[in-house]
Design a protein. Structure first.
Length: 213
């Protein structure tokens, strides 16, 4: 069945994700592209799932760089051309605050900001923890610069993710149906990350989204 909100409207496609997660950067872009190709009109809400809270420590640039190398080599993509270890953010909370403020305006604004933050980090080589960088991104959407303390929207997302049992980043939800990282099949071989686009997982996920419309 398709779950609805309290106005009787179809519930949005929700994604619990961390901004510094390279799997989210690839997977979210892939899902959006395929939904567009299919002509599937769906509201997408990217909710905060800060891995620095989940793991009690921010993601470090070294392990992320290894994941990026594997993704680029094995998937044949170039979504990380601006990645720089020296501009890697020490926290994602201010950036998540900005995304939450954008989603408070509407879903379209929120999605634009969520994608812009990830593009700034992975493709533009910008420190999305830098107040000046965030102020520029905020100004582009006529939003106030975000604060450093967790906004209520970020706290609410994290609490909701814990309630649902979110397994990681990105974790997609269609109503009450969960699809963890549906765009990618990830594994390990000889101690190294393996990655490929998951055609079957994507098909099942996209069919579920289409059925909901």
């Amino acid at each position: 069945m398709w779950f609805t909100d309290n106005r009787g409207m179809p519930a949005p496609l929700e994604v619990f994700a961390d901004i510094t997660c390279p799997f989210t950067h690839v997977g979210l872009k892939k899902v959006i592209s395929l939904l567009g190709d299919r002509g599937t009109d769906v509201e997408i809400i990217v909710r905060a799932w800060p891995l620095e809270w989940v793991n009690d420590v921010p993601l470090e640039s070294g392990p992320v760089a290894e994941k990026i190398e594997a993704l680029q080599q094995q998937l044949g993509i170039d979504d990380f051309g601006g990645f720089r270890a020296d501009t890697w953010p020490s926290t994602t909370i201010p950036a998540l605050n900005l995304a939450a403020a954008a989603f408070a305006v509407d879903a379209a604004t929120g999605l634009r900001v969520s994608l812009a933050l990830r593009a700034a980090l992975f493709e533009g080589g910008l420190d999305i923890g830098d107040p000046d960088v965030l102020a520029t991104l905020a100004a582009a959407e006529e939003l106030p610069a975000p604060g450093t303390e967790p906004a209520q929207g970020v706290l609410d997302d994290y609490e909701e993710g814990q309630r649902r049992g979110v397994r990681g980043s990105p974790d997609f939800w269609v109503g009450e149906d969960e699809f963890f990282c549906p765009a990618l099949r990830l594994g390990r071989a000889d101690g190294h990350l393996t990655a490929e686009f998951d055609a079957d997982g994507l098909q099942s996920f996209l069919d579920r989204v289409a059925l909901a419309r």
